[in-house]
Write a protein that binds this ligand. Structure first.
Ligand SMILES: Cc1ncc(COP(=O)(O)O)c(C=O)c1O
Length: 401
């Protein structure tokens, strides 16, 4: 009979996936659900990507691909780092993975032993602590404060470092808060890292193109090139290029780490689907204007959502600087009752009641290690966003003591 391994048995299902599944169930029952739960762009993938994938098949590239990635894609990724980040990287510092998520999986499997610590500033994307735990890692959370713009403070990182620390995870622009790091923040963090030469940095920059108000993403590697042998950059096609289903991510890091990650991938998925690689080459080589157009749409929708949320009494909402999520705080509403009689004991109960009674799917902040908040994705149409905010306002209005 099946018995899950000890490692898997204690691992919860990520709340993002659980909420999306419940939303799908309600939809199947005919309920008019609006789902703002998933981090999924609502744009089609670039036409160039489709053409690139077809060209790949027509060229007969349908055999096993090399495990680190096909050369044209590795070259296109190196070109991306030059164009977008001003970084010169060699092809042996790169690998292509089955989404950014597999790059994270490869890195943790390649580097963690039981009891090794991974510092994760909260709020964090749900998968870092879960994947670290799969390999015996111990997530060490440090809470970023809302009044610091949800940016991790260098002093808090310094205090969290122990001799067992293997990784510090940085994800900016951040999922779920949209926070980005400025040069000063990165310099302060780099100074701490120089005092702790045993700590590697996983810098997840998958939302790098989605920044607002004229701000630009800056990589830790730009600010601290002397730390190059300890920085692993995670990125991919999913978010900026609206290519979530293609499953193409990439990693850029020190050669020994990339070699170890290639070893992991060689024993799990092997190389990435050739069609998806062909499509990604075409998308990366295209003018960045298509990505910019999507960015502008997200920025406009951010205004729409944040304005609507700020008009709802009882919610507080910081202005996200990037990515495509709003992260309103709920503390004034916790402990009260929904119109349907549900006790809103925490943000999980709040998100469940909102889904059941108003049919709006969101994710509770506690899933990201930081509640009571809600994460709402604004990667949805204007009509859906307006209607979701209207329903949320109605739901909050119905709350009683
Ligand atoms: C911060 C962050 N990193 C990485 C990923 C992984 O994306 P993918 O595996 O689709 O490349 C996501 C997806 O939600 C994310 O939000």
């Amino acid at each position: 009979m099946f018995r899950p391994s000890r490692r898997l048995a204690t691992l919860p299902t990520p709340a993002t996936i659980a909420m999306a599944a419940r939303a799908r169930e309600l939809k199947a029952q005919g309920k008019p659900v609006i789902s703002l739960a998933l981090g999924q762009p609502d744009f089609p993938s670039p036409a160039a990507a489709l053409d690139g994938a077809v060209a790949e098949v027509k060229a007969g590239h349908t055999g096993y691909p090399p495990i680190p990635g096909q050369k044209p894609l590795l070259e296109a990724v190196a070109g991306k780092f030059r164009r977008d980040n001003g970084l010169d990287v060699s092809l042996d510092q790169l690998m292509v993975c089955n989404g950014g998520k597999q790059a994270i999986f490869n890195a943790f499997m390649a580097s963690l032993d039981d009891g090794d610590e991974v510092i994760v500033p909260a709020p964090y994307w749900v998968s870092y602590p879960l994947i670290a735990r799969m390999f015996g890692g111990v997530p060490v959370e440090i809470a970023c404060r809302e009044e610091d713009g949800f940016r991790p403070q260098a002093e808090a990182i310094r205090k969290a470092i122990t001799p067992r620390t293997r990784w510090l995870v940085l994800n900016f622009p951040n999922n779920p808060t949209g926070a980005i790091l400025e040069r000063d923040d990165l310099e302060a963090i780099a100074a701490v890292l120089r005092e702790a030469p045993h700590v590697m940095v996983m810098s997840d920059e998958i939302y790098e193109h989605l920044t607002f108000d004229g701000r630009h993403h800056l990589s830790l590697l730009n600010v601290a090139p002397d730390l190059a042998d300890r920085i692993l950059i995670i990125n991919g096609m999913s978010k900026a290029y609206a290519m979530t289903g293609w499953r193409v991510g990439f990693a850029c890091g020190p050669v020994p780490l990339i070699r170890a990650m290639i070893k992991v991938q060689g024993n799990t998925t092997s190389g990435i689907c050739t069609l998806a690689q062909g499509g990604s080459v075409a998308a990366l080589k295209e003018d960045i204007a298509g990505v910019q157009a999507m960015r502008e749409t997200y920025e406009r929708r951010r205004g729409l959502v944040v304005d609507a949320l700020r008009r709802i009494e009882g919610l507080s909402c910081a202005l996200p600087q990037g990515a495509f999520y709003a992260y309103p705080g709920l503390s004034a509403l916790i402990g009260r009752k929904s119109a349907g009689g549900r006790l809103l004991s925490d943000d999980v109960a709040f998100a469940e009641a909102l889904l059941e009674e108003a049919h709006v799917a969101t994710v509770p902040g506690s899933a990201f290690g930081y509640g009571p908040h809600l994460r709402l994705s604004f990667a949805a149409s204007d009509e859906e966003l307006e209607e979701a905010c209207r329903r949320l306002a109605g739901f909050v209005q119905g709350i009683t003591d």
